[in-house]
Design a protein around this ligand. Sequence first.
Ligand code: SF4
Length: 220
Amino acid sequence: MKRTDRWLPPYDLLLARHGPQHWWPGETPFEVMVGAVLTQNTAWSNVEKAIANLNRADALDCRAILSLADAELAELIRPAGYFNVKARRLKALCRFLAERGVAAAPEALAGQGTLAELRRDLLAVHGIGEETADSILLYALGLASFVVDAYTRRAFGRLGLLQGGEGYGDIQRLFEGHVPREVALYNEYHALIVRLGKEHCRPKPRCADCPLNTLCPHAS
Ligand code: SF4
């Protein structure tokens, strides 16, 4: 892959400014999976409170979650919002892991098929959409599936690399076609894009201090 590709300079500039982001914030692959479900439509600080509750209740474990009543689980994850919905989603994920025989060691799922097969199987689990599936594949299972989110759409639209209107799969294919398929690179790139979206490429962009303003046609 030539370093002149337009999809790589943003990574180099973001990394030069911010350094490694040490994602995903989670102690174990299962905690990463739980975080990927709980972070849907909420800030990470709320997820941390829900995970702390699960930890205190000794329930940050697939089998422990399956043994809880739905209402008990919902109460523990209440800080993450949409707690009844997310309790059902967590239970569905845990049932899936148990059915695959990896409840005790969910990271073993990585050895149970190709990336495409595992992605298909995760997407078939209740409440797991593309962003959540890719977050699990990349950050919990260490497989090179690029994660796309709203920050990615906004920033890369402004950078002129997206036309607008592309679907999740279109954007993922663009990244995966232009950025070498390396787990560490995909891990860091997505984390840096999230940081870009939070600090600079916000709804009202802060271009003056943005690390990408030298290459961005939208810079103001
Ligand atoms: S220069 Fe402005 S519009 Fe371009 S990526 Fe940075 S914050 Fe977003």
